[in-house]
Design a protein around this ligand. Structure first.
Ligand code: SF4
Ligand code: SF4
Length: 410
């Protein structure tokens, strides 16, 4: 698409990103068919092509309005459009710079700004989040039904094996996952322990930076990235093999550290090293497939019918997803057919709180697809999708690594 940047954006990092992405788009519209918000709302301006056009206008000098902001806010950042696009348009990179620009120009109303700030503070501070969660869990019966459904019951972690192997990997624990579903990281640690790998968490690492980034606070997001790099690099230097992600949302972000910090003279190289060392737990287990399968014992766990929901951050963000399905099938689980696997469930970070109507419609559609094959359990790979789907599912929803834990427990 021919693009002439307004003078104020020419030669700026944002302008360069926008220009290269906009030039790649040929406006064919193939991406509309796989865009969840276009499917729900049917408005071209809520499609990838429509949003690209809105951002083109802004980068060419048009003044963005609240309407521009609304259509960009409604984007899930699921990146299904990138998977579909035959021209390789990196829509997500354009949205990053476009959203920040529009936010700066249009601002936010007081209530909206307060809500976003509360989400940023509350969800990235595990101590604060866990206190609020415990409060919600203990007073659950006093809450209205819709809130009760949103607060998962307290879970137990089970044993996290003490480090005993020469081979070591780091885990990014996540902000909300240890409180909401403490068994996920412990299950990953047990599976890896059986394969001769100790999984360890290091103090000093924290939020991956995704939440602040998606709420357009890029400085806070970059600060979180630098803090994690400082915590992890000495461990890599000491021989730790990999940084393992059990939440695909965090994984997609950490793998992007090199890009996000590319202009930082102190951190650019370090960030690229961390990004290269980051792996989703499925990548780690696929590399250990032979040993893993030798551990998978026949038994009840092998016969369970499973519906697999690949999160957008896994299938579109990291271009992974098929690996999990093949590992589950190899371990004896029967995977049910799920229609429209490529579509977002509506969770998308804070999206389900900020855009509840669209998120709820997408969840209803996703659960209908997942329930259709009458599974005994639904599995996914991201804590956000898990609790979002769980709140309305009559079938239990778990992280897939918990199933592998059960299948290899002996
Ligand atoms: S983003 Fe890709 S699929 Fe969508 S209109 Fe542009 S070139 Fe076509
Ligand atoms: S990221 Fe998802 S919601 Fe946003 S335009 Fe692309 S397909 Fe649509």
């Amino acid at each position: 698409m021919q693009t002439t940047l307004a003078p104020q954006y020419q030669g700026t990092p944002e302008g360069e990103v926008a220009e290269s992405v906009l030039r790649a788009c040929v406006h064919c519209g193939f991406c509309l068919a796989t865009c969840p918000t276009y499917q729900v709302l049917g408005n071209e301006l809520d499609s990838p092509r429509g949003r690209i056009y809105l951002m083109k206008q802004v980068f060419e000098g048009a003044k963005p309005t609240e309407k521009t902001q609304l259509h960009l806010d409604r984007c899930l950042t699921c990146r299904a459009c990138e998977t579909t696009c035959p021209s390789g348009v990196q829509y997500g990179k354009l949205l990053d710079v476009g959203r920040a620009l529009v936010e700066h120009a249009v601002g936010r109303g007081a209530a909206d700004a307060l809500k976003r700030n509360a989400l940023k503070r509350g969800l990235t501070n595990p101590a604060l989040f866990n206190v609020a969660l415990k409060l919600g869990q203990t007073s659950r019966r006093l809450l209205p039904a819709f809130l009760q459904r949103r607060i998962p019951a307290a879970g137990r972690a089970g044993v996290w094996p003490a480090p005993r192997h020469r081979r070591k990997m780091l885990v990014l624990e996540g902000c909300v996952q240890p409180g909401l579903k403490p068994n996920i990281n412990a299950a990953a640690a047990r599976v890896l322990d059986r394969l001769g790998i100790s999984l360890i968490a290091v103090p000093g690492a924290g939020c991956c930076g995704a939440l602040a980034h998606h709420l357009n606070d890029h400085e806070e997001s970059l600060a979180a990235m630098r803090r994690n790099i400082d915590a992890w690099l000495p461990q890599l230097d000491a021989g730790v093999e990999t940084i393992v992600m059990t939440a695909s949302g965090c994984g997609a972000t950490v793998k992007d550290y090199g890009w996000q910090l590319r202009h930082d003279p102190v951190y650019a190289e370090k960030a690229a090293r961390i990004a290269a060392a980051a792996k989703d737990i499925s990548e780690v287990l696929l590399a250990e497939r032979g040993a893993l399968l030798s551990q998978a014992a026949p038994g009840a766990a092998r016969t369970r019918k499973v519906a697999w929901h690949p999160p957008c951050t896994l299938q579109h963000g990291q271009k992974l997803g098929a690996g999990v399905a093949s590992l589950l099938a190899d371990c004896g689980f029967e995977l049910t057919a799920v229609a429209d696997e490529h579509l977002c469930c509506g969770s998308a970070g804070t999206y389900s709180i900020l855009q509840p109507d669209i998120a709820s419609e997408l969840k209803t559609r996703k659960l209908a697809s997942l329930h259709a094959g009458q599974p005994e359990v639904i599995v996914t790979a991201n804590i956000g999708c898990l609790v979002h789907l769980e709140s309305n599912s009559h079938v239990p929803v778990r992280h897939w690594v918990e199933l592998l834990d059960a299948a290899t427990a002996g």
